[in-house]
Design a protein around this ligand. Structure first.
Ligand SMILES: Cc1ncc(C[n+]2csc(CCOP(=O)(O)OP(=O)(O)O)c2C)c(N)n1
Length: 377
């Protein structure tokens, strides 16, 4: 059955927790939907990355004296470590908050390769950060009492308290967000078009989540090999930096980075590094659906950003835009021909196939074949 997200939320609200921020996670999807439904927009902020969320929550506490809540997938803990240790820690400013962490890769629970190590070291990491914690599963008998205990400890000791949430903890909330926009192609179709149009020896680095899963499936469907594609299965937000490293070390090869809006925003600073280095062989494509589609469709802040102005301001040479198939087909050639760094924003609608699979090639095997393709002259 699982814990009702509303019950979890109500237990927090009863203790005056009224500010929520974080980066979404599929294990926490139902909880996020519940917050969306019960909290005003300025009290539920989807942050660019988990470190920002901790700092934003800290600011809320400084501004109100209240206990804020931060949620994240455990892969985001790395982004949060600095503000946890150098801002919230009891040896520094001693800032209380509740942190809800989705436990991907829990030992004994089957999960994708990129989650296994993180899941294994999860509790040790929390202990090393000197954070008190409680583990919550769907079998939790008295969630209100657990939440009360956590909040009371955070308040009495002025420090963050963590709830580690096991897979399957939350029952369905019921409300599904849907897009009312009548636009655009879907991502898989757009990827299909692009992959068929790229020159033969193009190197591809794609972003975390369903974009890479779709690229993998398109290759399978077309009976094409996978060695041209580096599927950045973890390390959300870093695929453009990985692509940059490959581009500057292989100036004779064209490198395409296929990014997501959530990921690009998460580590937006990489745009400035790309703009500064100006690699002529760098081709950055943004699949912009304005949501974190891979983990449940929660909005990113992409809708508030003029992405093309942003990348121009960071020093990219040329920018392109399309929101339809004909436009994509006609622009992709020109985009790949112009000297880079070039940027193409592809506006797509949220959503993906229900039966979308996952890469069946292991990350280390992907790396081996990919590096051979990149390094063999
Ligand atoms: C540091 C980190 N935080 C959170 C996640 C969980 N996560 C995986 S994919 C994803 C959404 C990515 O959104 P976007 O880049 O917009 O691509 P889309 O899913 O819409 O294709 C999130 C939040 C993660 N893998 N790593």
């Amino acid at each position: 059955m699982g814990i009702s997200p509303l019950k979890f939320y109500t237990a927090l609200a009863d203790k005056s927790v009224d500010f929520f921020t974080g980066v979404p996670d599929s294990l926490l999807k139902q909880f996020c939907l519940c917050i969306d439904d019960n909290v005003s927009e300025d009290r539920h902020v989807i942050a660019a990355n988990e470190g920002n969320a901790i700092a934003l929550a800290a600011g809320y506490h400084l501004g109100t004296g209240k206990i804020p809540l931060v949620y994240m997938q455990n892969s985001g803990l790395g982004n949060a470590v600095n503000p946890l240790l150098s801002l919230c820690d009891r040896d520094v400013y001693s800032i209380p908050m509740i942190i809800v962490i989705g436990w991907r890769g829990e030992p004994g629970v089957k999960d994708e390769p990129q989650h296994v190590k993180q899941g294994k070291v999860q509790l040790d990491l929390i202990k090393a950060l000197d954070l008190p914690y409680a583990i919550i599963s769907k079998d939790e008998q008295d969630i209100s009492a657990k939440i009360t205990d956590g909040i009371e400890l955070a308040v009495s000791e002025n420090r963050p308290f963590v709830f580690v949430i096991k897979k399957g903890t939350f029952s369905k909330y019921g409300l599904e967000s849907s897009s009312d926009e009548e636009i655009m192609m879907n991502r898989e179709k757009a990827l299909d078009i692009m992959l068929s149009q790229f020159p033969e020896d193009v190197i591809i680095v794609s972003t975390t989540g369903k974009t890479s899963r779709e690229i993998f499936e398109i290759r399978e469907r077309n009976r094409e090999p996978h060695y041209k594609d580096f599927l950045t299965v973890g390390s959300m937000g870093h695929c453009s930096s990985i692509a940059l490293g490959i581009a500057i070390s292989n100036p004779g090869r064209k490198v395409v980075c296929i990014d997501g809006d959530g990921a690009l925003i998460m580590h937006m600073g990489s745009l400035s590094t790309i703009g500064k280095l100006k690699p002529k062989n760098f081709y950055h494509i943004l699949m912009n659906n304005q949501v974190h589609e891979s983990v449940g469709g929660q909005a990113t802040s992409a809708r508030f950003i003029d992405i093309l102005e942003l990348v121009k301001a960071n020093g990219y040479a040329n920018v392109f835009f399309t929101d339809n198939e004909e436009g994509l087909i006609s622009r992709i050639g020109e985009f790949m021909k112009e000297t880079g760094p070039n940027f193409l924003e592809v506006k797509i609608k949220p959503g993906s196939r229900e039966d979308l699979g996952r890469p069946t090639v292991k990350p280390v095997d992907n790396k081996k074949a990919f590096t051979k393709f990149v390094q063999d002259k």
